[in-house]
Structure formats: C-alpha cells, structure tokens
Design a protein around this ligand. Structure first.
Ligand SMILES: N[C@@H](Cc1c[nH]c[nH+]1)C(=O)O
Length: 412
C-alpha cells in the first residue's frame, strides 16, 4: 500500500479547509447579493463536452479509462463548458438571464516539467447566461472587483482584452503563421516575430501589435489609426463603451479611487481556453514570491450553441477565481484564520450513570445558540488530564455533569 496521495493530488486538512472556507464564504456572499444561484455540475463529463468543440485541448483533460470513443469520460478542467451544457439542456425552459455561481474542484493534467505538478485545483466563479451587451459585461467586471474588495485585496490589476478584436488584428497573417504570431505576441517575444517568414509590411504590423498594451486611452488611440474589418470595428466600439462605463460608472466602487487606474488594455491577451468571443480578462495580484493570476474570464457567445439541441444561439459571460492563488496573496495580509475554531464547552460525565445526562446537557447547550461548539469528553481520563486537554485545545469552559443532570461549570 502506498501512503501518499497520487502525484498532483492534495489533501486539505482542517486548517486548510477553514482558510478555504473563509475565502469561499466571502465570495458566496457577494454572489448571493447580486442574485446569483449556486449550481453543482458533475465532476465527470463526456470528453466531448469538456473539450467544448476543440476550445479546450484534449491534453489538458485527465481522462478516465473506460467506454468507447464517444463515451470517453474525463474530469472537468473548468466549469464553463459543463454549465453551458446544463443551461441549454436541463434548464431549457427557464427564462434568461440566468445568474449562476459555483464553488468546485477542477482537474488539469500537469504540463511536462511543471514545478508543482499540481493537478487538482479549486475555483469559485460565476456565469451570466442569456445576456449579451454592455450592461452584462459591466455587471461581470463590477462583480469581480467587488469580490476582490470583499476579500480585502487592493493591489490587484485587471488585464482586459477583446478576443474578437485580437482575431481581426491577426486576420492579415497567413493561416499557418497566425498561431505563431499570436504566441510570440502573447509572450512579448520580439525576436521570434522578427525571424518569422513574413513580408516587411506584415512584420511591421506584428511588431505594432506587440505594443497594443498599456493604459486604455493610449491603446485605444493607437487602434483608432488601424484599418479594421467591420467585426473588428464593432468590437472596438463595444470596448470603448465599456471603458467609458468603467470610467464614469465605477469610480467610487468599493472604495477604489478609480477602477480604470487598475486596468491595462492588452489586445494580445490570450486565454488558455479558446471559447471566447468578446472581452477577455485576467486579474493579477502580486506577492514577494511573484505574480499570481487570481482569476480569469470573458464573453463566450458561441459556446452554448454547441450544446443546444436546436443549435440556438445564447450569449454568456463569466469568470472564475482561483482559490489557491487567492490564498497565496491573502496569506501575507494576515486576514486568514490562523487556527481552526475551538469548542466553547467540554461536557464531562463524572460517572457512567451520568452519561445520558451529559448527552442531554450538551444537546441543551448546542440548542441555546446558533454557533456554539460543544464537545463531549469520551472517558478514560482523570479530572486533571481533562483540564490539561481543555487547556491545550483552548476550550474555555468545562461542564462537569452528575447523574442528577446538574452541571458544575468551570472556567479555565
Ligand atoms: N472557465 C474559465 C473561466 C471562465 C468562466 N466563465 C468564463 N470564463 C477558466 O477556468 O479559466
């Protein structure tokens, strides 16, 4: 028998769980206040569903052995695809918009040579389904900012891109080279760009794309001088309206001075999953150990069609927050609980004849207040050992119960 969990898996001990719940409860409160309802989808899905029409690479999915090709199963690497499937099949009769949130584990095959080898992660996110347009985009970005505020985080940064606009800007490159150009731009790799077999004109265009990141106003000004196809023009106008809205509508958001100060517009932003059609974004936080991607998301107006029995088109937008990364940036702030909650009472039956009375007294204490923690002594220790145990566990009160049921309370 091997006594370790498999590579990339992790056990969460009670303190880990207490800290994780501290984060999740705060997020859940924000989601509830904004009218979002929790959804729980299956951890196991058909590979076909998980790959979202090719938007998610098969190599990211941890596959389960069994079944035929069409019944191939895997563990979800994210939840948007599963929620899209549920929303247009199981929830087909509901009216839109649907506001859904989740809090779940996801599995991703660790990349070769990955340092941590971690394959199981936790995410808490939202999907706003059946709503396109500026208001829905604004709602999601505002919700994201509110989540970070409620977690007491302020030094974060939002990197905002537009998948449609990026696609238009990349359209002039020949098919085979497009992906290479895209990757080189995403990695700020000027050397690769300069060495690609492109005409001088295209090379210049590629190098110009490299500079399309920075303050929103500056980037928008640069893009205004470019020739775009009609789809690109429309995407640009939508992006401008969104940035306007962020500037006017959210200045006092959650105590922030101005959200747009924390926004970098980056038209080369590329997400791991390729189902996005509109805005895309990433929230980045920093600690002494480096950068952390706290969350990511975007608009996906073609994803739900894939799962819709009649192929109807339904827009969607959402994000997910990465619990492990949030934990890393929250830890130095000292806000996370440092201990698991302790019991307030230790109830001790003083003789075997007092067992029933001890249970009854513990029950009455538990019913007296909503959040009181009461534990029972399970015997085999003398009074001094019981006191020693209570001190070690920081339990402030011991209730000594006799057969008659009358407890004597001792405060330590
Ligand atoms: N599911 C995406 C995030 C997202 C949610 N909604 C839209 N995008 C991810 O895990 O990266």
């Amino acid at each position: 028998m091997v006594h370790q969990p498999p590579a990339g898996a992790r056990d969460l001990l009670p303190l880990d769980v207490t800290q994780k719940q501290w984060i999740e409860n705060r997020l859940q409160q924000v989601y509830h206040r904004c009218g979002y309802h929790r959804i729980i989808t299956s951890t196991i899905e058909r590979l076909d569903t998980l790959m979202a029409g090719g938007a998610i690479n098969r190599s990211t999915v941890l596959q389960l052995q069994a079944g035929t090709e069409e019944e191939s199963l895997g563990l979800r690497p994210e939840l948007t695809a599963s929620i899209a499937r549920t929303a247009v099949t199981r929830m087909a009769g509901v009216s839109y918009p649907q506001r859904l949130y989740y809090n779940a584990n996801v599995f991703r095959r660790a990349e070769k040579g990955s340092y941590s080898g971690q394959q199981e992660f936790y995410q808490a996110g939202v999907e706003l389904i059946g709503a396109g347009g500026l208001l829905a985009d604004g709602e999601i970005l505002l919700l994201l900012a509110e989540c970070l505020f409620q977690l007491g985080l302020s030094g974060w940064h939002l990197v905002l891109g537009e998948a449609g606009l990026t696609r238009s800007l990349l359209a002039p490159f020949p098919g085979k080279l497009q992906e290479k150009v895209r990757r080189a731009i995403a990695h700020l790799d000027r050397v690769t760009l300069e060495n690609l077999p492109l005409s001088d004109e295209l090379k210049e265009h590629a190098l110009m794309l490299l500079d399309l990141r920075g303050k929103p106003a500056d980037v928008l000004q640069k893009v205004a001088n470019l020739k775009l196809d009609p789809a690109g023009e429309e995407a640009l106008n939508n992006l401008k309206s969104l940035i306007d809205l962020l500037e006017q509508g959210l200045p006092n958001l959650a105590g922030q001075t101005n959200l747009t100060c924390q926004v970098t517009l980056d038209l080369s932003l590329i997400q791991t999953f390729n189902y996005y059609t509109g805005i895309v974004f990433e929230v980045v936080g920093e600690t002494d150990t480096g950068k952390h991607i706290l969350g990511q998301g975007g608009r996906y107006d073609r994803l739900l069609t894939l799962y819709h029995p009649q192929g109807n088109s339904v827009p969607g937008i959402g994000f997910s927050l990465n619990i492990e990364e949030l934990y890393q940036v929250l830890l130095p702030t000292g806000q996370l609980p440092a201990e698991t909650p302790t019991s307030e009472y230790l109830v001790v039956a003083q003789t075997p004849a007092a067992f029933a009375s001890a249970f009854a007294y513990a029950h009455s204490l538990r019913s007296s207040a909503e959040l009181v923690r009461v534990e029972l002594d399970l015997g085999g220790r003398d009074a001094e050992e019981i006191r020693e145990y209570a001190r070690r566990r920081c339990i402030p009160k011991i209730a000594w119960v006799k057969e008659s049921g009358s407890p004597t309370l001792e405060t330590l």
